[in-house]
Design a protein around this ligand. Structure first.
Ligand SMILES: [Zn+2]
Length: 262
């Protein structure tokens, strides 16, 4: 438990700040991908502004959660309601950071766990909303997993992380071609291969079958629930990324706590 070293309010605040960065990624990356030649729009530019009237936002209104509470969920400039998802994502990352501080034994693992969680939340929500797992998120996830294994601070060896990255990619690549040749349709996208490679780098190659099985079950459950609620037709594609992200998060915690099994 890391809470003895750093106070819990500080961990929650840092988690909420990371949630604020996730909000920036969720909003800006799809626009950047839709406008690849627009050099005036990136993760930093233009600076933070009201999505409705474009007025620049003062720094103190950008303080995670507290800014939203102070403004009572409305914009400071034009008094229009702000989407609740911004504050919910900040709260989610604050809760995940607190939860990880109970579950992890060192500050390095806690920092790694918060980074892992933030990238997975960003990937999960981007795939749900846009059916897209952008390289700008999957690649940092892959490299950070390999670097954690290289540092020796993570739960798995560098050998297992490298094998995990390669076998994770190849497993879904093979599955993709089998489904394409047998069923004549694309079962998943290239972003899924890259996410699976990144999960292999974080969790090790031995964890991959469990992650894939759990991801398939979660996706099936989501598909049945969405169809039962009549929110999706029988022929509408269901993203696989959210299931992979959730099962990968569980898989990493298992790898941390049961290193000798995995
Ligand atoms: Zn405004």
């Amino acid at each position: 438990m890391v809470g003895d070293l750093i106070s819990f309010p500080l961990i929650a605040l840092l988690g909420a700040c990371v949630g604020s960065v996730v909000n920036v990624l969720l909003w800006r990356i799809p626009i950047m991908l839709a406008q690849p030649h627009n050099r005036d729009f990136n993760l930093c530019l233009p600076r933070s502004h009201c999505p409705l009237c474009k007025t620049p936002i003062a720094w103190h209104y950008n303080v995670p959660v507290l800014g939203w509470l102070f403004l009572k969920g409305r914009t400071a400039c034009c008094q229009q309601p702000l989407a609740r998802r911004y504050v919910l994502i900040e709260l989610l990352l604050a809760i995940l950071a607190l939860l990880l501080s109970f579950l992890l034994a060192s500050p390095v693992l806690l920092a790694a766990g918060v980074l892992f969680s933030a990238l997975l939340v960003a990937l999960l929500l981007t795939d749900l909303q846009h059916m897209l797992l952008p390289d700008v998120l999957t690649q940092p996830l892959l490299w950070s997993g390999l670097l954690l294994a290289l540092s020796g601070a993570g739960p798995i060896s560098l050998e297992s992380a490298l094998l995990g990255a390669v076998t994770g990619y190849l497993a879904l690549w093979l599955l993709y071609w089998v489904v394409l040749l047998v069923c004549n349709k694309e079962g998943m996208g290239y972003g899924d291969f890259k996410l699976m490679a990144a999960l292999g780098a974080w969790c090790g190659w031995k964890m991959l079958p469990s992650i894939l099985l759990l991801a398939a079950l979660l996706t099936l459950a989501f598909m049945l629930a969405a169809r039962a609620a009549h929110r999706r037709s029988l022929h509408e594609a269901i993203p696989f990324g959210p299931g992979l992200a959730l099962s990968g998060w569980v898989g990493w915690l298992l790898a941390v706590h049961l290193p000798f099994i995995w």
